[in-house]
Design a protein around this ligand. Structure first.
Ligand code: C2E
Ligand code: MG
Ligand code: MG
Length: 780
């Protein structure tokens, strides 16, 4: 029952149906009731008509009986021979002894065979009237078996000539059976008129007195012209004479009004009384009530339907809101994919199924490569479009039973049911391919972008038996895919866990080292072709008790990931500046100092101010400092974000150098977009000089670019004389590398300078010095 109720509440359409059903039911009940009321009205009218017709018929019959009785009395008196011996007035008295009751109806009389009155209830002697012309005389004269004849209406010759009458006649015969005259009685139709007038008929009701041949004797309402007219041709006439009573509905011949007719034959007389109630009158009351009831029903119906529509609308809105909330709670609004919370529920379900069926499944951690760059360079709207496009591709590339969702940012998760390593490899490969297709960005005037993804996979139950472990391991594998160069798939391996743990341990140790002042800085000289010192690069060093010496390449990467790098770099900068100031104070001339910086540094809003403060604190000038950054800084991170810092630093007069030039991105446009002063050829090219023609050409190309753009070109990792010669032959300005010196702790650096100075002096000035002079003139 409760389920029925709740399911009802979740289906707004049911409210509308219910409303319509109630309205229909109400209408149905009303229609049936109205129909019954109408039938009742008709039944009542029928009863009333029948009652009225019976009473009228009785009354008529009674009077006609009286009349007939009186006529027989006259007949008897005529047929009694002894009566002729009595004087006329006595004869009259005898003949009309019983006629006193009938007198008010009209006059009684008898005639001889010629139609002359021989007895007259009106006068003694009888009026001198001959009725041989009348139908009631002629019928009796001609027919021996006419019995009691009822005449057609006629107007009297004397008296009230406007009062139509009828006459009843009987035949008189002599002893031989020959026609001897008639006994007749005239009947003023006015009598019937009065009789009918007292009846209540309604507005259009009628009472009609007919002869059985259809001649109208009286009609209520009274119209003179109706008297004597005939209904015999009318279609409704036959039923009137076929039986002696009945009821039917018909349209009147005389006035075309539809009526309920009830008729009755008057005893043995050839007369029919017909009462007609107009159906209009019968239904008048009903019609009024029906109209009122219909209006009320209609209003109720409209009300019901409106209420149900309102309810269903309200409910629909609420359900839509609920659904929206549900979606918000469980689905990612941008991509429509399940969100982290929903993924957790799905994972739990898949886990339960797999546990029950002892099947395996794969968890794929999918992370887009360098997505942040799209967001930063193309804007967030474009980023959103990319995410949506990728989401729909991912959805297309998993099977129906699989789960695909968005963990957040550019991270997606797929759970592939009943899937082993082979199946997972296959699907992951397809996903990589699908992601790698160009994406058209509408918000950017249909520009097209491509992006790749890195996928890490963990398998149940092999790589974990709960969803958290599987997710973590897939994440770790994804991280490995990124480290291996992105756009790759990696399965989880237990060693990743060890690496990750070490990673974390290093991070913690580095943090401690920073606090404990356990980092140090070494310095590597930058020299020109003559070997003269042009500056030094500060390189950070970290040794700890547990791991010993840790190469910067390793811990710098960790510091960058954990965000510690800004702190490390700030410390190195301070230390390098302090050292430079100290050397100078000690009379050791180091022209300038280069420090390595990364994107995170530039993102500190106070970075330029911090540098200025540091220089000032140690009494140094902006020309004393060069900042080295890799191309990655300008590309991997948002150029717009760091541009203000770069400009501010440039404005301070601090030189910017591109480190490891040639290993990053091929676009050279940034070289003039940013205030760069120096290029450092990466040691990988230098190493290949004389070994790999291609790398050598690249080194040469970098030198050319530097010269064209009037930038100082520094070669790093110069280890051999031949490398240096090649570079100098192709216009390299400065050199750095083991050929001259490895990076040295400060005290060794001082020793190197002292030894070096002697070496340089003994060798004497070279053409390179001259080049540097002309070069600095060019740059300024
Ligand atoms: P880098 O800036 O390109 O530094 C030059 C690297 O080449 C240094 O490695 C240096 O020891 C090495 N090197 C110098 N001469 C030779 C040579 O002749 N042959 C070979 N094979 N190598 C040579 P290092 O000190 O291990 O630093 C590695 C990288 O770590 C640096 O590359 C730099 O990018 C980064 N780094 C070092 N110190 C810092 C720092 O304080 N802050 C930041 N952000 N990065 C740093
Ligand atoms: Mg460097
Ligand atoms: Mg370098």
């Amino acid at each position: 029952m409760i389920r029925v109720a709740t399911s009802f509440l979740t289906k707004p359409a049911l409210f509308v149906f219910a409303g319509i059903a109630i309205a229909l039911a109400t209408t149905g009940v009303t229609v049936v009731s109205l129909y019954e009321m109408r039938s009742d009205a008709m039944t009542q009218a029928r009863d009333a008509a029948q009652n009225l017709v019976i009473s009228l018929q009785k009354e008529t019959e009674r009077n006609l009986d009286i009349y007939q009785l009186a006529m027989r009395e006259v007949e008897t008196s005529i047929e009694t021979p002894s009566i002729y011996r009595l004087p006329q007035d006595v004869r009259q008295l005898v003949a009309f002894s019983t006629a006193s009751n009938a007198k008010e109806l009209g006059a009684l009389f008898a005639t001889d065979a010629a139609g002359n009155l021989i007895l007259d209830s009106r006068s003694v002697p009888p009026r001198k009237i001959n009725v041989s012309e009348r139908d009631y005389f002629q019928v009796q004269q001609q027919k021996t078996d006419a019995g009691l004849y009822l005449s057609k209406p006629f107007l009297p010759r004397a008296g009230d000539r406007e009062q139509p009458q009828i006459a009843l006649s009987r035949r008189l015969e002599d002893k031989e059976g020959r026609f001897a005259g008639i006994v007749a009685g005239t009947l003023r139709l006015d009598y019937f008129r009065r009789l009918f007038e007292d009846s209540i008929l309604g507005q259009h009701g009628t009472i009609t007195l007919l002869r059985t041949d259809g001649t109208v004797l009286m009609r209520q309402p009274y119209r003179k012209d109706d008297i004597g007219s005939s209904l015999a041709g009318g279609h409704s006439f036959p039923p009137l004479v076929q039986s002696d009573h009945g009821t039917y509905v018909d349209i009147a011949v005389l006035d075309h009004v539809e009526r309920l007719y009830s008729f009755r034959r008057t005893g043995s007389y050839p007369l029919v009384v017909v009462v007609g109630f107009a159906t209009e009158d019968i239904y008048a009351g009903w019609r009024k009530r029906a109209t009122a009831i219909s209006i009320v029903t209609l209003i109720l119906d409209v009300l019901f339907i409106m209420l149900s529509l309102m309810f269903s609308g309200q409910l629909r809105k609420r359900l839509a809101m609920d659904r929206r909330l549900q979606r918000l709670a469980w689905f990612d609004s941008l991509t429509g994919l399940p969100n982290r919370a929903q993924l957790q529920r799905d994972a739990l379900r898949v886990l339960t199924d797999a546990g029950r069926d002892s099947s395996s499944f794969a968890t794929l951690f999918i992370d887009l490569d360098r997505f942040k760059r799209i967001n930063d360079t193309q804007g967030h709207a474009a980023g959103d479009e990319v995410l949506s496009a990728i989401a729909s591709r991912l959805r297309d590339h998993v099977r129906g039973e699989d789960v695909i969702g968005r963990l957040g940012g550019d991270e997606f998760l797929a759970i592939l049911q009943n899937c082993d390593a082979l199946g997972a490899t296959h699907i992951a490969g397809r996903i990589l391919q699908a992601v790698d297709q160009p994406i058209v960005i509408n918000s950017k005037h249909d520009t097209s972008l491509t992006i790749s993804a890195s996928i890490g996979i963990s398998l149940y139950p092999h790589d974990g038996e709960d969803s958290d472990t599987l997710l973590r391991n897939a994440d770790m594998a994804m991280y490995q895919a990124k480290s291996a160069g992105r756009n790759q798939v990696r399965f989880y391996a237990p060693e990743y866990e060890r690496q990750a743990r070490e990673h974390l341990e290093l991070e913690i140790a580095l943090q401690r080292a920073l606090k404990a002042g356990a980092l140090s800085v070494v310095y590597q000289p930058k020299v020109d072709v003559t070997g003269a010192l042009h500056g030094a690069e500060a390189l950070v060093r970290w040794s700890n008790d547990k791991q010993g010496f840790i190469p910067p390449d390793r811990f710098i990467a960790i510091a960058e990931e954990s965000g510690l790098i800004a702190e490390v770099d700030a410390w190195v900068l301070g230390e390098a500046c302090r050292q430079l100031a100290e050397w100078r104070a000690g009379g050791i001339d180091v022209p300038n100092i280069s420090v390595n910086v990364c994107a995170a540094d530039f993102k500190r809003p106070d970075y330029p101010a911090f540098i200025a403060r540091t220089l000032q604190a140690h009494g140094l000038d902006p020309e004393d400092l060069i900042l080295e950054m890799t191309e990655r800084v300008l590309f991997d991170e948002s150029a717009d974000d760091i541009r203000p810092s770069l400009d501010a630093i440039h404005a301070l007069g601090i030189a910017l150098s591109i480190d490891d030039f040639g290993t990053g991105y091929s676009s050279l446009s940034y070289l003039h977009r940013f205030p760069i002063k120096e290029l450092k050829i990466d040691k990988s090219f230098v190493r290949e000089i004389g070994v790999d023609a291609m790398a050598q050409s690249l080194a040469q190309a970098v030198l050319n670019i530097g010269n064209v753009l009037k930038l100082t070109v520094v070669a790093e990792g110069v280890e051999t004389q031949s490398q240096r010669d090649f570079l100098s032959d192709h216009g390299c300005h400065l050199y750095q590398g083991y050929l001259f010196s490895p990076p040295l702790p400060p005290e060794d650096f001082v020793l190197w300078i002292q030894a070096h100075r002697q070496r340089t002096y003994t060798r004497g000035p070279t053409s390179a010095h001259n080049w540097m002079e002309s070069r600095s003139a060019q740059v300024s």
